[in-house]
Design a protein around this ligand. Structure first.
Ligand code: SF4
Length: 618
């Protein structure tokens, strides 16, 4: 709870909140003028964070009306973050060896493989000891403080290769995420966790091992171990084993970072009815780590989506980049993940060693014209030259060069043009701090640059992200329903969506394009298997892989009029999917539900199976 000194802060802040209550709308300029009317005793204005926390504490008291979302919305910061309908909580696993030897991959020994210590998310993780409870809780707190509802949360676990971490660590990591979600708004267990790490750090210090949650301290003590891509005196895995894995065994981290399946399942069960529910859980791994057993294992953890590093569909390129697996492994991984109903979020790279602009274009097309692939979401990462990556040697030897801005734009324009309407282009450039990039593109707004080029060439971008309704307003009578069908090697896929013609959607302060595609309000991914599943309970079942309805997150019981999430679109999508499955002779419908959506599906007639929820089709 945020406490103000009643003698100085409270009077002015309450006066300011009383003014805010009377307003229906405020532009940023009007808000700035308003907050100057009631300041702190020292003359400083209240920050948005302070206003929001103060409002949460004082609403319903001191002459203020009961709590209302309306007031929060007037001051909410970063509204885009939850406009997709779900609050994302991204957390990192600890530094740990990775089976990959990819030449483009950074070797930052303060981070899990492939992450850089000056990326904002990575810094947050380091400041939290890479602990899942602290990271999750603090992220929820930060979102809550800036006025967002966190009642529906997607937890995204990033860092290295998930499947390579010990199983006990994985179970503990996910259990602690759920524990933080369950505790948020009820109890605060952060002090106990922090105490544990501080004691461990002290005990390691007596053994001359530095362990800190202070990025500056770690920079000082670990930077001399930083791997130089040019000289490659040592490898990431060796340093991590020496600095983390071995000391952790010594320091008792291993014993602490362990949990059983029963403990995880107990936290999952609590989350089914918690205030903050996990509606999606994402892990990232390599294709060659995906097997039938692994798919079942991550599903048991509650995972609903897998980020998977495809990087290239050319064996020669994978080999030149020391990827350690070929395209056959990627084909198999997609097949198994799709059969198990997972959302497949692929990572694909342009400008890899051994590729070219023309080869990249053909390679990208393969993602959607080869029935083995068809990802649901994509991150496109043009290769960046990072000082600690082995690629530096190739660059110095003149064997590899970063694309020019024009070459990069050429590839990315093609990427946008070729991405079908059922795929979400989540990123087209990795947001690497420019200080880490030795040479090549340092612009992070390439998406806008490419969108502008596409507009010039009168092209229409169809990917989901470009079509999300965001804060657009529309008349419900303009809503249209349509279905796109496509074939994969193991299924017939149906992408059901509710859309509104772009010309019928109004936006405030948003640049509009002449060739915008229809805006999307919600969609459902239905998979009708054409092969026998390897998971027993999915026998004869059609699979709902995703239901997503857009609209800013609206907490239960609050003002939510005219938001897509409250037009009953989710229910209608499910009814339509059921009809399509029935028309194709399926007797039951399975859903790969997030732990926090189990209640939702139970209310709609689904019963709990082992790993899925299922419903008979009548
Ligand atoms: S598998 Fe991923 S994390 Fe490991 S080296 Fe390759 S790119 Fe880096």
């Amino acid at each position: 709870m945020y406490h103000f000194n009643p003698n100085d802060y409270q009077t002015e802040l309450v006066a300011l909140l009383l003014l805010l209550e009377k307003k229906e709308k405020l532009s940023p300029k009007q808000l700035a003028q308003l907050v100057k009317k009631h300041t702190k005793p020292n003359g400083n204005v209240f920050s948005k964070d302070e206003i929001i926390r103060g409002y949460r504490e004082f609403a319903g008291k001191h002459g203020l009306a009961p709590f209302s979302d309306k007031v929060l919305k007037l001051v909410t910061m970063k509204p885009m973050r939850t406009q997709s309908g779900v609050s994302p909580v991204t957390i990192l696993t600890k530094p740990f060896p990775c089976p990959g030897q990819c030449i483009f991959c950074p070797n930052d020994v303060r981070m899990p493989k492939s992450y850089l210590s000056d990326e904002p998310g990575a810094q947050r993780a380091e400041r939290n000891w890479f602990d899942p409870y602290l990271q999750t809780y603090n992220r929820l707190q930060a979102l809550h403080n800036i006025g967002h509802s966190v009642s529906k949360t997607e937890v995204i676990v990033l860092g290295g290769t998930w499947s390579f971490y010990p199983e006990a660590y994985q179970i503990w990591f996910i259990k602690e995420c759920f524990r933080a979600l369950n505790d948020f708004g009820v109890i605060d267990g952060r002090d106990a966790v922090l105490d544990w790490y501080s004691k461990m750090a002290e005990s390691l210090e007596t053994k001359n091992i530095s362990r800190s949650a202070d990025p500056a301290q770690n920079k000082k003590s670990l930077s001399q171990l930083q791997i130089d891509g040019e000289e490659m005196k040592t490898t990431y895995n060796r340093v991590i084993s020496q600095q983390y894995t071995a000391p952790e065994r010594l320091g008792g981290f291993d014993a602490y970072q362990t949990a059983t399946w029963n403990e995880l399942e107990a936290e999952q069960q609590k989350n089914e009815t918690a205030k903050v529910r996990c509606v999606g859980l994402v892990i990232e791994t390599r294709p060659d780590n995906i097997s039938e057993a692994e798919v079942i294992r991550v599903r048991r953890m509650g995972c609903t989506k897998t980020q998977i590093g495809v990087q290239s569909l050319q064996n020669s390129v994978l080999e030149l980049n020391k990827r350690g697996h070929g395209v056959a492994a990627t084909r198999k991984a997609f097949k198994l993940l799709r059969q198990a109903g997972f959302k497949i979020h692929a990572h694909w790279m342009a400008n890899l060693y051994g590729s070219s602009v023309d080869k990249d274009k053909v390679d990208f097309e393969g993602l959607f014209n080869d029935p083995d692939f068809h990802p649901d979401e994509l991150k496109v990462y043009p290769c960046s030259l990072i000082g600690s990556a082995e690629l530096m040697q190739y660059y110095k030897a003149g064997k590899w060069h970063p694309y020019t801005k024009e070459e990069l734009a050429d590839v990315l324009v093609h990427v946008f043009k070729e991405t079908p309407e059922y795929c979400r282009l989540t990123r087209v450039i990795r947001d690497i701090p420019s200080s880490d990039i030795v040479e090549g593109n340092k612009l992070t707004n390439f998406r806008q640059i490419v969108e502008h080029e596409l507009e010039q060439s009168e092209s229409t971008v169809k990917d989901i992200r470009a079509r999300e309704i965001k804060n657009g307003t529309f008349d419900p009578k303009d809503i249209e329903f349509n279905v796109t069908e496509y074939q994969t090697s193991v299924s017939s896929e149906y992408f059901l969506q509710f859309t509104v013609p772009a010309s019928k959607v109004a936006y405030k302060n948003t640049t509009r394009f002449a060739h915008e595609a229809d805006k999307i309000l919600g969609f459902l991914r239905l998979s009708l298997p054409t092969e026998k599943p390897f998971i027993f309970e999915l026998e004869d079942a059609a699979m709902v892989r995703e239901v997503h309805v857009y609209g800013a997150v609206v907490a239960v019981g609050t003002d939510s009029v005219h938001k897509p999430q409250h037009l009953g679109l989710g229910k209608k999508l499910l009814e339509n999917a059921t009809q399509i499955a029935k028309d194709h002779g399926f007797k039951k419908l399975a859903v790969i539900s997030g732990i926090g959506t189990r209640e939702y599906y139970r209310k709609r007639g689904f019963t709990d199976g082992e790993l899925y929820q299922l419903k008979k089709i009548k």
